[in-house]
Each structure stands twice: as C-alpha cells, then as structure tokens.
Design a protein around this ligand. Structure first.
Ligand code: ZN
Length: 159
C-alpha cells in the first residue's frame, strides 16, 4: 500500500538543522499521521506521497516549505501588566495569545524594565530542515480518523 490521501503512515524520523544538530527524532516511537490533512509540514508530506513500507529517504526542506519564513511583524513589545498573575516572568517562557488569526503561541524573547518583547514566530520558522525518514507502516484510515483529521492509536492522537 502506498501513501496517499486518507491513509495513515507510521514513520521514524530524525530532524536536523542546517548545522547538522538533531532538533527532533521519533527515536523508536514512530509518528503516525493522516496523509492529505496537513498534519505534517508541506515539504515533508509532499515527499512522502507514493512511498511505501520500508522506503527510506533524506530530504532538505527550505523554510518556506517547512514552518515558513520568520515574520518581523509577529515580534511585539508589550507592557508587563499584560501578564498579570504570572510570577517570575522570564525570557524563554511561552504563552498562548489571542490574535486576529486565532490562538497562537508566543515566546518571551526579552524583558527591559516594564517592557516585554514577545515573538509569535514558530520556533522553527526561518530554518531549513533536513529529515531522515523511514516508512514503518501504511494502512487505510478509519472513518473516525478521517472525520477528526488525524491518526489514532500508537504514534497518533490520544484522546
Ligand atoms: Zn481524533
């Protein structure tokens, strides 16, 4: 069975950045994803199409096909009273923030006096990413998985 829309594939992967540092890896716990539902970054999902159990490949994906380019407009400085109720505000903390595009995650990147700089870019935005992938299994998705838009079971979404 080949990977195509509405199939669930299990993959082992190792993700490295342009410097060759490992940023993420499945490490023996294969990731299960539902193909054709944007569960993965576009560059990786496109490459997986048509692959089958046992296939291995390595691909380098430009930022635009991964988590997108960094956008300066997503970096904002706000007064620290926006974080009322948060103790020990510190660089590196992440928060869920409401914006016109819905909820998204922001990270505090600087604090100066009562001014806090938050960055709403994805942590991997702007990075070229290399994936080493092995396809472990491919199966048909269940009706429920297609309805939910993600894979269930081992390596997939746990409800
Ligand atoms: Zn579900």
């Amino acid at each position: 069975m080949n990977i195509e829309k509405n199939n669930v594939a299990q993959i082992e992967y190792t993700l490295t950045n342009a410097e060759g540092e490992v940023m993420d890896a499945s490490d023996g716990n294969p990731l299960a994803y539902l193909h054709g539902h944007s569960n993965l970054i576009p560059g990786l999902e496109n490459e997986l199409k048509g692959k089958t159990k046992g296939d291995k490949f390595k691909i380098t994906i430009p930022a635009a096909e991964a988590y997108g380019e960094r956008v300066d407009a997503l970096i904002q400085t706000v007064p620290n009273n926006m974080f009322q109720g948060v103790d020990n505000l510190d660089v590196g903390m992440r928060f869920e923030a409401q914006s016109e595009q819905g909820m998204h995650s922001v990270e505090i990147t600087a604090i100066e006096g009562d001014q806090v700089t938050v960055d709403g870019n994805h942590p991997m935005a702007g990075l070229e990413l290399t994936f080493d992938v092995e396809v472990i299994d491919v199966r048909k998705a269940t009706e429920e998985e297609i309805e939910h838009g993600h894979a269930h079971g081992a390596g997939g979404h746990q409800h």
